[in-house]
Ligand binder design. Structure first.
Ligand SMILES: O=C(O)CCC(=O)C(=O)O
Ligand SMILES: [Fe+2]
Length: 295
């Protein structure tokens, strides 16, 4: 006979534990909690697969640590099986991969922060796209000896901060859209979008892209920019060689600190649409602990 206790353990059909205690305070995450060590992605075991989805759903971020391969990009590309088709970027190579490295005085630097050594303020990827990527994976080949640290902020913590301090402003973020443009790409949407009880967030605020902000959002936009770029609210870590960070681009913001011009740092970035044979194991966005009344 089943007891109440057994019934209380909620699992999906993959055996993944769905008991999702909310992790919203990024600064409290312990690196080892979100790191999964495997040999190589093509040979991932059933139990590591389960851990991959559990970590992704619980923390919205996974750091995969793989053993070195002759072609490290093979590990990155193997993520397609789990996270879906590759979403291309203007700078993608034939596989969809974008190199993130300092190209010095390249003309690309005026359009792509990823080609510089400058800080990349907190953002979600592709906010100027009609369909931003659901998942962002970044693989480190060469870390910077100094700086170039990865930063994470949960959109749920932004939501809760606004809920506690700026309720009216929070409401506006679901109501008034803003337009983000880069070159010939442009998209108009609200910062927070609620769909079937889950909330997703899109945000970017830097001098590279142009943003048309309605008057009603000017104040809250500044509030968010300050909140997310305050190191006290961030989970900051160094992505090491042979590590891949996988992010739910709908519910975490990411960034990186600057690094010296003479430092070599090299990452490979790949975007996915989330539509894979494992799509039913992936949970995007967050379910708010507290909802406000929408009127
Ligand atoms: O360099 C990094 O660590 C992050 C880069 C990034 O966020 C991007 O290229 O979109
Ligand atoms: Fe990014």
């Amino acid at each position: 006979m089943l007891t109440g206790n057994i019934l209380a353990v909620k699992q999906d059909d993959f055996g993944a534990n769905l008991d999702d205690k909310k992790i919203t305070e990024a600064s409290k995450i312990d690196l080892s909690q979100v790191t999964l060590k495997i040999t190589k992605l093509a040979d991932i075991s059933q139990s590591d697969k389960k851990s991959l989805f559990e970590l992704f759903n619980k923390f919205k971020l996974v750091i995969l640590e793989c053993e070195p391969l002759p072609n490290p990009q093979d590990n990155l590309l193997a993520l397609k099986k789990f996270f879906g088709s590759v979403k291309r970027h203007k700078r993608s190579d034939e596989n969809g991969i974008v190199l993130v490295e300092n190209l010095g005085n390249s003309p690309l630097a005026t359009t792509y922060l990823a080609t510089t050594n400058q800080a990349h303020l907190m953002h979600t990827d592709g906010p100027y796209e009609m369909e931003p990527p659901k998942i962002v994976a970044m693989q480190c080949e060469i870390p910077s000896k100094d700086g170039g640290l990865s930063q994470i902020v949960y959109s749920e913590s932004v939501y809760e901060y606004l809920m506690e301090n700026y309720l009216q402003e929070l409401h506006r973020l679901f109501t008034y859209p803003l337009t983000i443009t880069r070159g010939d790409q442009t998209a108009t949407r609200t910062v927070f979008v609620e769909k079937e009880g889950r909330i997703s967030m899109t945000f970017r605020a830097d001098s590279i892209i142009s943003i048309a902000i309605p008057l009603q959002l000017e104040k809250v936009f500044r509030i968010i920019k300050n909140y997310v770029n305050d190191p006290n609210n961030q989970f900051i870590f160094e992505l090491k060689a042979n590590q891949i960070v996988i992010l739910d681009n709908t519910s975490v913001l990411h960034g990186r600190t600057s690094f010296p011009d003479n430092e070599v740092r090299k990452l490979n970035r790949l975007w996915f649409d989330g539509i894979s044979e494992y799509a039913h194991h992936l949970e995007f966005g967050f379910i708010p602990k507290f909802k406000f009344l929408n009127n």
